[in-house]
Design a protein. Structure first.
Length: 113
C-alpha cells in the first residue's frame, strides 16, 4: 500500500501549484486535516470543466478519478453535488480551481495519480 500525505499537506500543495502557474484556487470546504478525501472542482474562466476525487484504487494506490457533474454543469447542480458529498463524507475537502489550461491539468493529474 502507498503512504499518503496528510490531507492538509496535499491541499497546500494543490493551492501552491495553482498560484505558481498564475491560476486561482480556493478551499470551499475544509475537512479532516489528516485523513479527509479531496474533491477538486475544476473550472476555466468560471465555466465548469470537471470534478476530480482522489480515491484508493484496488491496487492500494491513490488515484485521481473523474466524479460528479460533467463539463458545463450549472452552479446549482454543482452545489447539490457538493452537499451530497458533504453528507456522505464529513471529513472531505472541496477545492475550486479556476485554471487556464484545465484539460492539461486534468491529464497530468489523472496520469500521475
Amino acid at each position: 500500500m502507498s503512504q499518503r500525505l496528510p490531507t492538509h499537506v496535499e491541499v497546500a500543495s494543490i493551492l501552491r501549484r495553482a498560484a505558481a502557474e498564475g491560476d486561482f484556487a480556493t478551499v470551499m470546504k475544509r475537512g479532516d486535516p489528516d485523513r479527509g478525501t479531496v474533491l477538486l472542482i475544476v473550472t476555466s474562466r468560471g465555466r465548469h470543466v470537471a470534478c476530480l476525487e482522489r480515491r484508493l484504487a484496488a491496487d492500494g494506490f491513490y488515484r485521481w478519478q473523474a466524479t460528479g457533474p460533467g463539463e458545463s454543469a450549472g452552479s446549482e447542480e454543482i452545489r447539490d453535488f457538493l452537499r451530497k458529498q458533504a453528507r456522505f463524507d464529513e471529513d472531505s475537502w472541496a477545492i475550486e480551481l479556476d485554471i487556464a489550461q484545465p484539460e492539461r491539468f486534468i491529464a497530468e493529474t489523472t496520469l500521475t495519480g
